[in-house]
Design a protein around this ligand. Structure first.
Ligand SMILES: O=P(O)(O)O[C@H]1O[C@H](CO)[C@@H](O)[C@H]1O
Ligand code: HPA
Length: 315
């Protein structure tokens, strides 16, 4: 018995667009800006006007977000004063560590591109590798360090979706200087303290383990400022689709990088010498902590993203 040929990605995307066209009012159907909400950050859509939420389960090609702090729905709406800017947000994203294929992780970005999105604001929760980037800092990403991209887990592996796409995509200027500028101008408009917003380099790791101390030190020494388990696949595909992209990482924790390893040898010797050492327990990271910071900083992230959207020149 022969099997039907697998559905092409373009026909799957076309069917998703058809469904959206039947659900959405016409003023929301052509969003200009796309947003990806990071862990605990789905509140970024809380102030959308005329909001319509579309569950991923009603859209073929979409996976389901299985990570706490990620909702499985798209939110369409208007942002900003007056008529408002039509936008679309992924209230939850997909990560490769959940078992999703990278093509599923980036599928919503391809859909956004075909809805007309020209500017993409990607957010995430991330661990800090730099003492000068404390918890709560918003890091405007300048570049990435993607070990999976370099070692065989690149989201662009495989046949090109369109013959017009470059086979070898340059991503040396993936992070739009003009959008990054708007982030700092928006922060000024909102009177945020200068320390609220910083700049840095995002390291993408596959997860789901948090970094060992040696891995954290390795990423820091390699030049990364923050680390997380998402974002880079979405950025690469958004660039392939011709979008302007910016990334805002919210620092939710420090990556544990002790200056000195605890030495059991020294501890045992000290006990034998009758002078036991008092060793503090090593800290550890938890997703609950990550979500708590997302909740605490959700309001300021929302205001910042809204202001950036208002400042993007209309087409
Ligand atoms: O990158 P987002 O989706 O914000 O989530 C971050 O938080 C989770 C770990 O706590 C990981 O998924 C990591 O990537
Ligand atoms: O410390 C981290 N490491 C990787 N991903 C993360 N996402 C939030 N915090 C972290």
């Amino acid at each position: 018995m022969s099997h039907p040929p697998p559905e092409s990605p373009l026909s799957l995307i076309a069917s998703t667009l058809d469904v959206l066209a039947t659900i959405l009012p016409s003023h929301l159907l052509k969003p200009q800006v796309g947003i990806v909400c990071g862990s605990g950050l789905s509140t970024l859509a809380s102030t959308f006007r005329d909001k319509v939420e579309v569950p991923y389960s009603s859209l073929r090609g979409f996976g389901s977000s299985t990570v706490p702090g990620h909702k499985s729905a798209l939110a369409f709406g208007l942002v900003g004063p007056g008529k408002g800017v039509p936008v679309v947000a992924m209230l939850g994203r997909f990560h490769a560590y959940e078992g999703h294929a990278l093509s599923t992780v980036v599928y919503p970005i391809r859909v956004m591109a075909r809805l007309g999105v020209k500017n993409l604001i990607v957010t995430n929760a991330a661990g800090s590798l730099n003492p000068e980037l404390p918890v709560g800092t918003i890091v405007v990403i300048q570049d990435h360090l993607a070990l999976p991209n370099l070692t065989g887990l690149n989201p662009l592996l495989g046949p090109l979706l369109s013959p017009s796409y470059p086979r070898f995509l340059p991503i040396s200027s993936a992070y739009s200087p003009s959008l990054r500028r708007l982030a700092f101008i928006a922060s000024h408009h909102l009177s945020l303290p200068p320390s609220a917003l910083s700049e840095g380099i995002y390291a993408w790791v596959s997860g789901p383990t948090y970094e060992s101390p040696a891995e954290g030190r390795f990423l820091r020494n390699a030049g990364a400022s923050v680390v997380g388990m998402s974002t880079v696949p979405e950025v690469c595909v958004a660039k392939e689709e011709g979008m302007e992209v910016m990334v805002l990482s919210l620092v939710t924790n420090f990556v544990v990088i002790p200056e000195k390893y605890r030495s059991i040898k020294e501890e045992v010797q000290a006990e034998l010498d009758g002078k036991p050492l008092h060793i503090a327990e090593a800290e550890s990271v938890s997703h609950e902590e990550v979500l708590a910071i997302g909740k605490e900083k959700g309001e300021v992230m929302t205001r910042l993203v809204e202001k950036i959207i208002e400042l993007i020149p209309s087409p």
